[in-house]
Every structure is written in C-alpha cells, then in structure tokens.
Design a protein around this ligand. Structure first.
Ligand SMILES: NC(=O)c1ccc[n+]([C@@H]2O[C@H](COP(=O)([O-])OP(=O)(O)OC[C@H]3O[C@@H](n4cnc5c(N)ncnc54)[C@H](OP(=O)(O)O)[C@@H]3O)[C@@H](O)[C@H]2O)c1
Length: 311
C-alpha cells in the first residue's frame, strides 16, 4: 500500500485560511529525483503569491496544491539511476512538487549536501533567497569590486544575502532597512545603512553603480534617483516607470531566480568557511503554515520565516 504522510494543501486560491494540514500519498521519486524526508521548509513571499492566485496568469497549478520550495531534510529514497545522492544524506535545496510536507521529491539538479555547521531550519532559509541575491548582483547586475551598490530591503530573506555577497565581492555596500534592523544590516557587512523610516533614500544616496531593489512599489522611484546616469537597476519586486528609466539612461534587469546544485554548493562552501551567515526570522510548526503566511505577508522583518516539519 502506498505510504501516507502529512502535507499542507490548498484546494482553491485564497488567503492563509485555505492552508490545511492533510494526509496525502507520498510520491515515488522519478528519474533524476530523490525523495526527501523534510525537516524544515522556508516560507518565501512567492509561496503566498501562488496560493492567493497572484501569479495564476503566468504559473498554472493543479489542486490540491502543496506550496513550498526551500527544503532541508534527509534523503529517504533515490529515484531510478540516481548516483549523485544516497539514502541518509542531509541535503538542502528546492522541491518543485511541494515542500510544506513530511516527504517531497526534489530534482538532484536543485539539491546539495547541507553544511554540517548549520541546522536544517537554517539551511531552509538559503535556496531562493541566496540564489536570487547572487544572480541579481553578479549575473544580472555585473557587480565589480570597488563599485557602489544600493540594496533596498537589506534585512529581508533576499537582501541579507545580497549585502553579504556584495561585501564579499569587494563592493561598497549601502543598505536600506527600518530602525530595528540598522545594526543587523551593518553586521552583515554594509558600509552605510539607511533607516528608510527616518531618512529619504533619494536625498541620502546618489550616483551608485547598481541598485538591487527587493521592495518594489514606490521604492523603485528612489532606486532610480539614487542611480548614476547609465547605471543598472536590478529589480525583483516590480517594474519602474519608463520615463524615469529613460531620464537616467538606466539598464533595467528583471529576472526569475534559478536554483542550481552548483550555486547551492557554493553557498555551502561559503558557510563552511565562515563567510556567510544565515538568519531565521521565526519558526512555526508545519501545522501553523497559515500563521507563517500571515506574517510573511506583512513584508517586514529580519531573515526568513521557516516551518519546522520534523525533529
Ligand atoms: N524574481 C525573483 O526571482 C524573486 C525571488 C525572491 C523574491 N522575490 C520577491 O522579492 C521580494 C522580497 O523577497 P524577500 O524574500 O526578501 O522578502 P522578505 O523576507 O519578506 O523581506 C522583505 C524586506 O523588505 C524590507 N522592507 C519593506 N519595506 C521597505 C522599504 N520601504 N525600504 C527598505 N526595506 C523595506 C523589510 O524590512 P523592514 O522590516 O525593516 O521594513 C523586509 O526585511 C518579494 O516581493 C518576493 O516575492 C522575487
């Protein structure tokens, strides 16, 4: 008889109240997949954007749908022909088939070995956040040592990695956050931290080479004003006004992060070397996924929210 396990499911698009803990059938891992016994799963804004139907025109899902991407856990079973991972290994990465679950299949191309130095909960904060930060700064922003970068949303699940990677690269880093997280962002390696609740970013920052905007909305206008003429704006949370872009001769890059084994392994190495910190904002049990979504939807906080699935 097929094995059953618990997972958070939705049967319709809707708010956090749609997230229900249910018994589901554990899928078999397919070719190039392993089945992971999930210990912890990160909660990303994209998870509630999907469950609330914000992305339904660009991303189709089938109900019942299990949300969640950023997993950390133990390999329970390997799929046909898989030799890259073995049963019993501690891994972290991305599940494409629903991570808010006791078991989930994951592609071997989006998994890496978990660093021993961090817990499963900490590892579950990494995949989407760190990948987005890395690809935004380096692949799309082409950030070089000695350049100045403004990171909007520097205390968030993406921003906290962006500050660390930009500092590691040898750039001069300016980060924006609210009063409570100013010291935190400085501790990540920011040279200058701007409290956006008391200081106007556009008045305080000028002529930066690159802006990485993780906030969107009205913040995008201040991002463009802070940019040097001909500079680059990398945005992951919205599109700026065309007229403002033309005025600054700005290069604007929007992208969707692609988690990969190689990048995850790079992050694991940086963690083992003590060069990269991970930060949990709050931990909830799997059954309280609705409360976790509610908290993530505020758009404020420091670090990544995590669901603990098993000890
Ligand atoms: N395109 C992609 O591939 C991609 C990938 C990942 C994420 N995203 C998107 O990027 C956005 C951020 O994701 P996340 O995971 O980092 O979210 P998050 O963990 O919820 O962090 C949001 C951060 O924004 C800060 N913030 C809010 N208003 C701000 C303002 N006006 N100025 C400066 N900082 C402000 C908050 O800090 P305070 O508490 O101090 O306000 C908080 O730390 C989301 O919209 C997400 O969907 C896109």
């Amino acid at each position: 008889m097929a094995k059953q396990a618990q997972a958070i499911c939705i049967h319709n698009y809707g708010g956090p109240e749609e997230l229900k803990l249910e018994q589901v059938q554990v899928p078999d891992p397919q070719t190039d997949e392993v089945l992971v016994r999930v210990r912890a799963v990160g909660v990303n804004p994209v998870d509630w954007k999907i469950t609330e139907g914000w992305l339904k025109d660009v991303l189709s899902i089938q109900f019942p749908y299990i949300p969640g991407r950023d997993i950390a856990g133990i390999v329970e079973e390997v799929g046909p022909g898989v030799t890259a991972f073995q049963k019993g290994q501690a891994v972290f990465g991305q599940s494409a088939k629903g991570g808010y679950a006791e078991y989930t299949p994951a592609s071997i191309n989006t998994l890496a070995l978990k660093p021993d130095a961090i817990s499963f909960e900490e590892a579950a904060t990494i995949p989407v956040g760190a990948t987005t930060a890395w690809q935004g700064l380096f692949d799309h922003g082409n950030l070089q040592p000695g350049q100045t970068v403004l990171i909007q949303g520097a205390s968030g699940g993406v921003g906290l990695f962006a500050v660390q990677f930009a500092h590691w690269k040898g750039a001069r880093v300016i980060g924006t956050t609210s009063s409570a997280s100013v010291d935190f962002v400085r501790s990540l390696g920011a040279d200058t931290v701007i409290d956006y609740t008391s200081t106007s970013v556009e008045q305080a920052v000028h002529d930066v080479d690159l802006v990485f905007d993780t906030v969107g909305g009205p913040t995008l206008a201040s991002s463009l004003k802070a940019l040097k003429n001909g500079g680059t704006l990398v945005t992951i949370a919205g599109q700026p006004e065309e007229a403002q872009v033309r005025e600054k001769n700005a290069r604007v890059e929007w992208f969707s992060a692609q988690v990969s084994h190689d990048l995850l392994a790079t992050f694991a190495k940086l963690i083992e070397e003590g060069q990269l910190k991970v930060v949990i904002e709050a931990t909830y049990p799997l059954a309280e996924a609705a409360q976790a979504h509610q908290r993530s939807k505020t758009g404020h906080g420091r670090g990544r929210i995590v669901l603990k699935v098993a000890d």
